[in-house]
Design a protein around this ligand. Structure first.
Ligand SMILES: *Cc1c(COP(=O)(O)O)cnc(C)c1O
Length: 434
């Protein structure tokens, strides 16, 4: 039952949408997979990140299903930097995803999470000599990013006298506004072809794949179509001119999640099936015959995890500015919610209220003016100590959060069987010495 709400008088400067102000309804997030959100906060404190194991499994299963509808050989690789809580990674691994890592730290994590080296893709521009030696030792698949790395890897493999499985990352024009040209070898100027040639002619390095990752939160499927065309063309050229075949084409990540970018108002997000269609068409239309068809590797990050994590936060205070506009301060700030700088994260109540919704600015608890979670969001009459839920926060926040002013919070996972797993305890004054 809704609680009594104290009436308030507010100057409305725009045309009145209804007598009572804005009417709106947002379903309250009363529970996550059957566990009461208010109970979670009572038990584990506020703010609290809650991960849904069920949602992760649903996401990856659906993605596999969708892509398999279009193409028979699909391999997902979980992008560790998107969310590297071990329990999260393990769920992806259980569902058949291999690991995609971009640092020696992430590499070690993947090994500890039970991935054998040949199921780990080592990407990124930052592979030091000792990292490469370690990776070679563990038989990890190394995606080479530069000629410097290629020469180093070649000499290490020769010195250790072992074969090393590699792929090269390609960068290319795909029609996106900002072309990511700093990673990998350029396609258009033949740099990538020279790199491939060098690897194929090398005694110890083996070229088993080609890779690209053309951007992130890409709102159109066309760049993928262009990229897939170029990747296929490249693979065929290697076959023709260098008489060498590759096992896989890795199209990286970059699919948009169900979040709203601040810069776009009514944007529509392509479905996984739209992305899948654009990519796989190019693979099918190519000259590869059935056995030759390369495996399609996908390193999808945010689109598979964003909606599986909710940030529960409590209202610290509710006040009004000079013009009567409501200002809410909650106990979760931008240091926990890095993505709030470019998303309009949806915020919903966690219990029913009346249908009077008011335009509200939501601030975090930091003593910084930039600590704004939403400049403008419709919320019902939440008051002090009420819990609100910030939705779709699973990607990049828990890996990029900052220790700042307040101790970083507890993280729990709601398990498939309804139990609650403590993934991380709230930091303590003892654990934060600097
Ligand atoms: C970050 C990253 C991903 C994941 O990207 P999303 O946009 O989250 O899907 C995949 N591959 C590489 C190489 C990355 O750096």
């Amino acid at each position: 039952m809704a609680q009594y709400e104290r009436p308030s008088i507010k100057l409305v400067s725009s045309i009145l949408p209804s007598k009572g102000g804005q009417t709106c309804y947002k379903s309250p997030l009363t529970d996550i997979d059957g566990i009461s959100t208010n109970r979670l906060v009572k038990q584990y404190g506020s703010p609290l990140f809650a991960v849904s194991e069920k949602q992760i499994r649903e996401n990856i299963r659906e993605a596999k299903l969708v892509f398999n509808r279009f193409y028979p050989k699909i391999q997902f690789a979980w992008s560790y930097k998107t969310n590297y809580f071990d329990e999260v990674c393990k769920v992806f691994h259980q569902e058949g995803s291999i690991a995609e890592v971009v640092s020696s730290f992430e590499l070690e994590k993947a090994l500890r999470n039970g991935m054998p080296g040949n199921k780990i893709i080592f990407n990124g521009p930052n592979k030091k000599k000792e990292d490469l030696i370690y990776a070679i030792h563990k038989k990890v698949i190394i995606h080479i990013d530069s000629f410097d790395e290629l020469y180093l890897l070649e000499s290490l493999a020769e010195h250790l006298n072992v074969p090393v499985k590699t792929a090269i990352r390609l960068n290319m024009k795909t029609g996106t506004n900002n072309e990511w040209e700093r990673f990998g070898f350029n396609y258009e100027n033949n740099e990538a072809f020279s790199a491939a040639k060098r690897i194929i002619n090398s005694k110890h390095l083996k070229l088993i794949g080609i890779h690209c990752h053309i951007g992130t939160f890409i709102l159109s499927t066309n760049p993928y179509k262009v990229a897939a065309q170029k990747m296929v063309h490249f693979a065929l050229r290697i076959r023709k001119e260098l008489n060498s075949t590759i096992d896989y084409i890795d199209m990286g990540g970059g699919f948009a999640s169900q979040n709203t970018l601040k810069a776009y108002n009514n944007m529509s997000i392509p479905s996984l099936s739209n992305y899948a269609n654009s990519i796989t068409k190019e693979l099918f239309n190519s000259e590869f015959n059935e056995e030759e068809r390369p495996t399609l590797v996908l390193e999808t990050g945010r689109a598979l995890i964003d909606n599986a994590v909710t940030l529960l936060a409590s209202v610290i205070s509710s006040k009004r500015n000079r013009t009567g506009h409501r200002l809410l301060t909650i106990d979760a700030g931008v240091n926990l919610l890095y993505t709030s700088f470019w998303y309009n994260h949806e915020i919903v109540p966690t219990k029913p209220y009346t249908d009077f919704y008011e335009d509200t600015t939501v601030y975090g608890p930091l003593c910084m003016n930039i600590d704004v979670i939403r400049e403008s969001v419709l919320l019902p009459a939440v008051r002090k100590d009420d819990v609100v839920a910030i939705l779709n926060v699973g990607a990049y926040n828990m890996t990029q959060w900052m220790q700042f002013i307040n101790l970083r919070p507890t993280v729990v996972m709601i398990k498939d069987d309804g139990s609650i797993n403590l993934l991380k305890e709230k930091d303590s004054t003892d654990s934060v010495k600097y």
